[in-house]
Design a protein around this ligand. Structure first.
Ligand SMILES: NC(=O)c1ccc[n+]([C@@H]2O[C@H](COP(=O)([O-])OP(=O)(O)OC[C@H]3O[C@@H](n4cnc5c(N)ncnc54)[C@H](O)[C@@H]3O)[C@@H](O)[C@H]2O)c1
Ligand SMILES: N[C@H](CO)Cc1c[nH]c[nH+]1
Ligand SMILES: [Zn+2]
Length: 424
């Protein structure tokens, strides 16, 4: 891991979505072809990018049954329990509609309604993510969305990874399509002969997926452009180096562009984490990915005080932050943290607890966007309508002011719409 000082956060620039114009052009072409030729274009791209020949894209009941037959013992129960925790957490986020009668008899309020149809992209290129099915779809279901569609690339055997099918089935979803990449995003945005058009597309994916989401934004809504995973650990001497090393690697193993940063006032802790990390790395099946991520984006930032560390965290605005400091400093440091997508407090709150099981969402802003963004939530799947019932008395009382404002903007018809009501 590279040791750096706070003023050297320039390495962040290397992680920005660095897109070649050829890649953008390729994604635009895929979208245009899917829009024009529908399923035929999906078939062509599925052969080209996933090496699979498919006639139909919708997953059948037989494919789901087969996924259950292959499932390792106990995994279905684990998925069920994780789903229940995630559901319980997101149910608490549901906003209420409200109506308020004003003193003049008017009624003002806000009605909350769910989106009609959403698509959840579940990555499936280099690894399959059943947990991302739960995280993408459960908040939509909690919001009351009627149609939740899952898309994920087919594997070599021509179907979607077993775990993804099991997770979807466990939460009652059957609209599952074996399509990935930019072509899946285009199909959800415009619809094809067999795939439904949706109103919003959520979920993480590689650069082709992110670029396609950016391209169709406006035709549909999107959640965010999730980039590679990130973890920052803010720790002092009281923390266990072996645990920190494992937590950093937990995100480094996702992607060569993942970021894993330790911020600490303790040089001794930094050195101990470094040596633990090389031991752990050798045991990982995804060692090459983790090694590349640590080489380019694994950093130890030495600070004078924990408060300086909190300031660095705010600049990084990481997807995940772990705080492992002595008890008496915890509250003080927590107060100093302003920007982080998910905050894990204390030594037992290791990041994978949040990835899989605790309940909060694991689709979280990356690349500094936690400065203005939030994790996926029920809020992501609802919209609000303002409700206005003005009484006759209220209109009479305010007519001159409203008409006056309208004429000030040069909008005579607006003023007359108000004044027409005064004649009766
Ligand atoms: N933030 C999160 O919550 C979270 C969760 C899980 C995964 N992820 C991230 O999602 C990403 C998943 O990426 P992935 O590649 O494994 O799976 P993916 O499903 O996003 O992408 C695979 C698809 O990319 C398309 N593709 C591949 N090469 C192409 C090319 N040359 N031209 C056009 N299209 C091409 C293919 O259609 C393929 O089906 C990783 O970066 C991972 O870290 C993030
Ligand atoms: N840590 C990832 C988000 O950055 C989510 C994930 C899925 N599976 C394991 N982890
Ligand atoms: Zn993870």
């Amino acid at each position: 891991m590279e040791w750096i000082k706070n003023q050297e956060l320039k390495f962040l620039n290397k992680r920005k979505l660095n897109v070649s114009s050829e890649r953008e052009k390729a994604v635009r072409e895929i979208i245009a072809n899917v829009k024009k030729s529908g399923d035929a274009a999906l078939r062509e791209y599925t052969i080209k990018f996933d090496n699979v020949i498919l006639e139909d894209f919708k997953v059948t009941k037989e494919e789901i049954d087969s996924a259950y037959h292959q499932a390792p013992k106990g995994i279905v129960d684990i998925i069920k329990e994780a789903a229940a925790n995630i559901k319980a957490f997101h149910e608490k986020q549901k906003p209420e509609s409200w109506l308020e009668v004003q003193p003049d008899g008017s009624i003002l309020g806000q009605r909350v309604t769910p989106l009609d149809a959403v698509g959840v992209y579940v990555p499936g290129g280099t690894a399959a993510y059943p947990s991302s099915v739960l995280m993408g779809a459960i908040p939509a279901l909690a919001a009351g969305v009627e149609k939740v569609v899952i898309v994920s690339p087919p594997q070599e055997n021509g179907t979607i990874a077993d775990g993804v099918l099991i997770a979807a089935n466990e939460i009652g979803l059957t609209d599952i399509y074996k399509v990935g990449g930019a072509q899946a995003i285009a199909a959800l945005a415009y619809g094809t002969e067999t795939m439904p058009k949706v109103d919003k597309i959520v979920g993480p994916g590689n650069q082709y997926v992110a670029l396609a989401k950016r391209e169709v934004f406006g035709t549909v809504d999107i959640d965010s452009l999730a980039g590679p995973s990130e973890i920052v650990v803010l720790a002092d001497d009281s923390a266990e180096p072996n645990w920190i090393a494992a937590d950093l690697l937990s995100q480094a193993e996702h992607d060569p562009m993942s970021m894993a940063v330790l911020v600490t006032p303790s040089e001794a802790l930094g050195k101990a984490v470094e040596s633990e990390m090389s031991n752990l790395l050798s045991m990982l099946p995804r060692k090459e990915i983790a090694e590349r991520s640590i080489k380019d984006f694994g950093k130890i930032i030495l600070v004078e005080h924990l408060e300086d560390g909190a300031e660095i965290v705010n600049q990084l605005a990481p997807e995940h932050l772990e705080i492992m400091v002595e008890q008496k400093a915890e509250e003080r440091i927590l107060k100093a943290i302003k920007h982080a997508g998910a905050i894990f407090i204390g030594s037992y709150s290791t990041e994978p607890v949040g990835d899989y099981f605790a309940g909060p969402n694991h689709i979280i802003p990356t690349n500094g966007t936690a400065k203005f963004g939030s994790p996926l939530s029920v809020e992501s799947f609802i919209k609000r309508s303002s409700m206005i019932r003005y009484s006759r008395e209220a209109l009479i009382e305010n007519a001159a002011k409203i008409a006056g404002f309208a004429r000030y903007e040069g909008l005579e018809a607006h003023a007359r719409a108000i004044e027409a009501r005064l004649k009766r």
